[in-house]
Design a binder for this molecule. Structure first.
Ligand code: AMP
Ligand code: GLY
Length: 422
């Protein structure tokens, strides 16, 4: 099989790493990829945003399966463009990708499918939004409807904060058109988990559970990021919680999408709050998580490629994935300054040494290769994963690898998984 992965982060390196082990693979391309994927596949210099060029390349190269990593090309219709060209694509159509592209659409599906989620209301009128906050009180959650690079959500602990968020999103338009509509919802309390499933429209295959660490600072302080590290399995994602997630959240969502004539295919990522009443949906994403992908794929024993293909042709019910009886931890190493401004171009040493440590795989994200060396070229630069017999072992192995990596201009959180060990 000839496969094209789209994207350039740690998630895409992990997908390339898993797929390159498949005996079914004959040729692997990554567009645009990074130096990590270049070691496993042929990188093609087409950006993830250029759908026309990507599909033209896939046609010319007789690609059998396209695997988009990030949400942007999905929301922009890469699966539709692949379908029109007769190429299988493991991802949702633009219409189905609205599950992530619009928070209001996600909530409509949740209500249609009777999925447990926070009470909500949507607003296009700023005054009405302010009035609603006055009625409901705080804490309360304000969300820009559209894609806002993970920065569109404000969990307001006071009414003043909520009013400020509404003014910033709707009045000052800090997220542009993504904030023309907002969703205001009830604040949920509990522990967060992310549950992943591979979907073929009708069926969902469980892909694992992880806990992300979204804030940049230790003890969950500072601004939100794309994710500073992840562990699997988090102790608060118990089997009954996972069963309830599949039965009451993921499968009903798939049925509701079929009922709307927009069946969902590809990776479905449910962000959940484990409350006293069980798991409640915070949001759906229409892709694998990053760094959750780098955390879960090292636990997979089976060949990933036939499962991804089955997601595109409706035969997922015949697929059975086997997993290692192990735990996994990923520590993300970032350029100093991230998620604010940061410098690029500093050299990173010790990657190969770290990668040789027991249980460790170093995935590259924002890197570039120059004269045989690897330089930082982004905010999140490396995703250092380790698996182990226990979470404790996985976490210590990941930090042992971090300590072998010599990169004075980088930093990481030192407390990934700490709360899970208490
Ligand atoms: P999202 O971008 O929707 O993932 O939201 C970002 C973060 O905001 C989530 O990971 C939660 O920590 C928090 N959040 C979102 N919605 C709620 C809610 N209804 N109650 C409490 N926290 C929330
Ligand atoms: N790590 C969270 C995400 O991929 O959205």
């Amino acid at each position: 099989m000839r496969v094209l992965i789209i994207g350039s982060g740690g998630r895409e390196h992990a997908l390339a790493w898993a797929i390159s082990a498949s005996p079914l693979l004959t040729k692997l391309y990554v567009a645009p990829g990074n130096p990590g994927t270049a070691a496993l596949a042929e990188n093609i210099a087409i950006p993830a945003s250029n759908i026309a060029k990507l599909v033209e390349f896939a046609k010319d190269q007789k690609i059998d399966l396209v695997i988009p990593g990030p949400e942007a090309p999905l929301v922009a219709g890469i699966a539709d463009a692949c379908a029109a060209a007769g190429i299988a694509c493991c991802g949702p159509t633009a219409a189905a990708a609205q599950l992530e592209g619009s928070k209001a659409f996600c909530k409509e599906i949740a209500d249609a499918a009777n999925i447990p989620t926070a009470a909500w209301a949507e607003f296009t009128d700023e005054d009405a939004a302010h009035d609603y906050v006055d009625e409901q009180g705080a804490p309360i959650v304000i969300k820009a409807d559209g894609l806002a690079a993970g920065k569109g959500v404000v969990v307001a602990t006071t009414e003043d904060e909520a009013h400020e968020a509404i003014s910033a999103i709707m009045g000052d338009k800090i997220h542009g058109e993504a904030g023309a509509k907002i969703v205001i919802e009830e604040c949920l309390f509990g522990e967060e988990i992310s549950v992943f499933a591979l979907c073929d429209g009708l069926d969902a295959l469980y892909l694992g559970v992880a806990a992300d660490h979204k804030r940049v600072g230790e003890n969950d302080t500072g601004p939100n990021t794309g994710g500073m590290g992840a562990i699997s399995p988090p102790p608060w994602g118990s089997q009954p919680v996972l069963d309830a997630t599949m039965e009451r959240i993921i499968r009903p969502a798939l049925a509701a999408m079929v009922a709307r004539d927009t069946p969902f295919r590809g990776f479905l990522f449910a962000g959940l709050m484990v409350t006293e009443e069980g798991p409640k949906l915070i949001e759906f994403n229409v892709r694998f998580g990053d760094p959750e992908c780098e955390t879960l794929l090292p636990l997979l024993r089976s060949d990933l490629l036939p499962a991804l293909l089955a997601a595109t042709d409706g035969s997922l019910k015949h697929v059975d994935l086997r997993w290692k009886d192990a735990a996994s931890a990923t520590v993300v190493m970032c350029a100093k300054g991230y998620p604010g401004a940061y410098a690029t171009g500093s050299e990173i040493f010790g990657l190969a040494e770290a990668d040789e440590l027991p249980g460790v795989t170093v995935f590259q994200a924002g890197t570039m290769a120059e004269q045989g060396g690897i330089l930082a070229n982004g905010g999140r630069v490396l995703a250092v994963n380790a698996i182990g017999a226990t979470l404790h072992e996985a976490i210590s192995r990941a930090y042992a690898a971090v300590d072998v990596i010599d990169w004075p201009d980088g930093f990481c959180r030192r407390d990934i998984g700490k709360r899970a060990l208490i």
